[in-house]
Design a protein around this ligand. Structure first.
Ligand SMILES: Cc1cc2nc3c(=O)[nH]c(=O)nc-3n(C[C@H](O)[C@H](O)[C@H](O)COP(=O)(O)OP(=O)(O)OC[C@H]3O[C@@H](n4cnc5c(N)ncnc54)[C@H](O)[C@@H]3O)c2cc1C
Length: 475
């Protein structure tokens, strides 16, 4: 390692790698120290079940990577990254039908019966301005000249976006399918759907599906991390694995340290270099619910009752808006839901490299209270069976990850929290403190998903943290 790199990044997740690339782009030397033996943090793949079956250990579906205003500037295809777009980004089966969210707003609305016109009215202007909206909401909160130009759009979106998913769904839609679609999208927020702004979360995710697609990476999500490392190396940057940083004494001298860790870890590692008042703020940071995850190796595709589900990359299971809201509210009260809302991805239907010929990999998780020890295997599989009778007969092997397993895999997932901290309205824009990426120490920065714009494989937390460090530490 260079004896005195300009910057050291701690953690090789997508945000750590994005931060390292941004610093390296300015001609400065950077090294990345990663605790685990493999790079990628929340975007890694592994043979979790049987030989020849490649599973995404954490992230699987990548609307935020393909819409990222930073990743889109990088030549990641040069390093082997290819996104595959399933014909239908998202399907949401119900007991008697299924909703298909396709790339076309018109086609999607046509499947929503009496809510077709309302869906068009709400979604069309948002999808037309998707690029602008993503740049506003996947960035630190700030006023830009472009906002004035889009005043009416922002006002209209803001009035809807501030509402809860339950309130918004019941106000704009009349029937169960459209309401369920919105609830499934909003539940990605990992919060009770009665919470303010969960409606906006659902709308924005729907916009990403129409405008950018919900692709998977050919060969597995690991390819995203590998491509980011390829780009970093092209600027002379280096990643060293198996290097867990436990204190500032583990770090070489440098002008800036960018930590791809969450506040609790930062307090432990860098507490002595930070004032007590700031540490108190970090200690008040709230973590969100955890997830319980299953990966299956199957001997055939899932036998969905509605065949459109076989054309979809992602499936939301959990039924109506009311059922999904009950599941998320139960988690919010600190209990494991009996009938959980389940997110499911079936990448091998679209990417033959994921499994031996004719066989399949499937990834699914549900939300549970932080640190929950309840075994959700049967409850998740019952939700798949509900819409795909005979599913269990196709299972060759399964891998189970409890919240504790997920944290063991990646120290950033405290109690199984996959978003680096609760993303409720209070902690969305100002996280982990009002200083966001900066700390009172000009050498120390936070670049993980514990900063805006929160969780997801988009690298934008890393990008904005690097911009902050470049302004403050390298003046
Ligand atoms: C089960 C699951 C499913 C998900 N699904 C999706 C999805 O489909 N789409 C999506 O966009 N996002 C998804 N996510 C979220 C996404 O993975 C994260 O938001 C994203 O990886 C956060 O990136 P990061 O760089 O901030 O942190 P991470 O990716 O968590 O990386 C942090 C890195 O820091 C390392 N580290 C931690 N402590 C130390 C230390 N002391 N010393 C050295 N290194 C350290 C860790 O080992 C890790 O490599 C999912 C996450 C999980 C867990």
């Amino acid at each position: 390692m260079p004896e005195r790199p300009d910057a050291v990044v701690i953690g090789a997740g997508p945000n750590g790698l994005a931060a390292a690339i941004r610093v390296a782009q300015t001609g400065r030397s950077v090294i990345v120290l990663e605790a685990e033996e493999t790079i990628g943090g929340g975007t890694r793949s592994a043979t979790l079940t049987l030989p020849g079956f490649i599973h995404d250990v954490c992230s699987a579906v990548h609307p935020l990577a393909v819409s990222s205003s930073f990743f889109r500037t990088l030549p990641l295809a040069r390093y082997g990254l290819e996104f595959i777009h399933p014909e239908i980004p998202l399907a949401h089966p119900l007991d008697d039908t299924a909703v298909a969210l396709t790339r076309s707003v018109e086609e999607t609305s046509a499947g929503l019966g009496a809510d077709a016109a309302a869906y068009l009215r709400v979604m069309r202007p948002l999808v037309r301005n998707a690029d602008f909206l993503m740049r506003q909401f996947f960035a630190p909160l700030r006023l830009t000249p472009a906002m004035a130009a889009h005043g009416p759009l922002l006002a209209r979106f803001g009035l809807m976006a501030i509402r809860s998913a339950v309130g918004l769904g019941n106000a704009i839609f009349k029937q169960a399918p459209a309401r369920a679609l919105l609830a499934g999208l909003a539940a990605h927020a990992i919060q009770p759907l009665e919470n303010l702004s969960t409606g906006g979360y659902g709308l924005m995710l729907g916009v990403t599906a129409h405008a950018f697609g919900w692709p998977v990476a050919r060969g597995g999500s690991q390819k995203i991390a590998d491509a980011l490392v390829g780009e970093l190396q092209s600027f002379g940057g280096r990643v060293m694995t198996g290097r867990r940083v436990v204190s500032m004494a583990d770090l070489p001298p440098a002008r800036a340290y960018l930590f791809d860790v969450t506040p609790r870890q930062l307090v432990t590692i860098a507490g002595e270099a930070l004032p007590r008042s700031y540490l108190n703020q970090l200690n008040r940071f709230r973590y969100g619910p955890g997830v319980f995850k299953l990966d299956w190796a199957l001997d055939a595709p899932i036998p969905w009752r509605d065949p459109r589900c076989l054309r979809a990359g992602t499936i939301h299971l959990g039924g109506s808006l009311e059922e999904i809201a009950t599941s998320e509210a139960t988690v919010g009260r600190g209990q494991a839901p009996q009938a959980p809302y389940v997110l499911l991805s079936q990448p091998s239907l679209f990417d033959a490299t994921r499994a031996p010929a004719g066989k399949h990999t499937v990834w699914a998780y549900c939300h549970v209270p932080n640190g929950s020890t309840v075994d959700m295997t049967d409850r998740i599989e019952a939700q798949v069976e509900r819409y795909a009778p005979g599913f269990r007969n196709r299972v060759l092997a399964r891998n189970v990850m409890t919240p504790a397993d997920i944290e063991r895999h990646n120290a950033n997932c405290i109690g199984g929290d996959i978003n680096g901290g609760s993303g409720d309205l209070r902690q969305w824009f100002l996280r982990p403190t009002w200083r966001r990426y900066a700390t009172p120490n000009r050498q120390i920065y936070i670049c993980s998903s514990s900063t805006p714009p929160t969780g997801g494989v988009h690298g934008l937390c890393g990008f904005f943290a690097a911009q902050t460090a470049l302004r403050r530490a390298f003046r």
